[in-house]
Design a protein around this ligand. Structure first.
Ligand SMILES: Nc1ncnc2c1ncn2[C@@H]1O[C@H](COP(=O)(O)OP(=O)(O)OP(=O)(O)O)[C@@H](O)[C@H]1O
Ligand SMILES: [Mg+2]
Length: 258
């Protein structure tokens, strides 16, 4: 099972949009069984897939905090064939305190994914929260591949540098860290600043920079209707761009599972 995380400590960089739509594309266009694991108290991955996550039980919190419920017990089907969801909601907010005394508190997600029986899903795509937190640490320790969406704004490169620094610390401390397999420029508008940031990203990640994802009102609309872009407006430019990014994520050889 490939473990692909969508991470940026900065908020609003299109992590959830890319995670959910990439998962839907892999499920429908590659015929894979895919799990979206929402690790954000905002529950946006669920909402984007049309699941009302407010007040639902059990959630990812129950998988991570307790021992009795497995990932398979809590995952639920979505309207997209082949795509399941491990939902999150505000219940996850207490997680850092609830597991503070556990020696494996930063490895809870990794362990629970290790327990998933072979052949259940071909891939898990993890939607990370916009924070430096124990949850994000769990995500980075559980993933083998990281997709890094970078909003093309003035502070974009800062967020990018912080993730790379976190991965370097993790590599030093534990001897392993996921690979950043794709950097996706998002929120692209044809301005001089965006062009300059894009140039810097190209110099820094020459072999793993995706084509920029431009503004598309259809993408925003699709989320507000709880549908993927491929269900909502499959022929719009946003759908074509998201399909291209999904293809770039999936068609890259998976790094070895450590
Ligand atoms: N290409 C796009 N064009 C227009 N709107 C977009 C596009 N991509 C995402 N959005 C909208 O921007 C908002 C933020 O996107 P998204 O939720 O994917 O970001 P995020 O990084 O997951 O945010 P957070 O850090 O809060 O989790 C959403 O309302 C989404 O619908
Ligand atoms: Mg999000």
């Amino acid at each position: 099972m490939r473990r692909i995380a969508f991470v940026n400590e900065k908020g609003g960089t299109c992590k959830t949009t890319l995670c959910v739509n990439t998962a839907a594309w892999i499920a429908t266009q590659r015929g894979m069984r895919v799990l979206v694991a929402d690790l954000d108290t905002q529950g946006h991955a669920g909402k984007a897939l049309g699941v009302d996550v407010r007040g639902i039980f059990p959630t990812i919190r129950d998988v991570l905090v307790g021992e009795s419920l497995s990932v398979r017990d809590v995952a639920r089907p979505t309207a997209v064939p082949g795509l399941d969801l491990l939902p999150a909601n505000k219940d996850l907010a207490g997680f850092p305190v609830e597991v503070a005394a556990f020696h494996d508190r930063a490895d809870r997600l990794r362990r629970r994914l290790d327990d998933v029986p072979e052949g259940t899903w071909d891939a898990v795509l993890v939607d990370a929260p916009p924070s430096v937190s124990l949850v994000t640490e769990n995500v980075l320790r559980a993933a083998t591949e990281v997709v890094l969406p970078v909003g093309l704004t003035y502070l974009a490169l800062d967020g990018c540098a912080e993730i790379l620094a976190s991965l370097e610390v993790l590599r030093r401390e534990t001897g392993r860290a996921p690979e950043v397999t794709l950097v996706v420029p998002t929120l692209y508008r044809k301005t001089q600043l965006a062009g300059e940031i894009l140039e810097k990203l190209r110099a820094r990640f020459p072999d793993r920079l995706a084509a920029p994802l431009g503004f598309s009102v259809k993408i925003d609309e699709a989320q507000s209707h709880g549908r993927t872009i491929f269900e909502y407006a499959p022929r719009c430019s946003g759908a074509l761009a998201l399909a291209e990014i999904a293809r770039a994520v999936w068609d890259r050889p998976a790094p070895a599972l450590l």
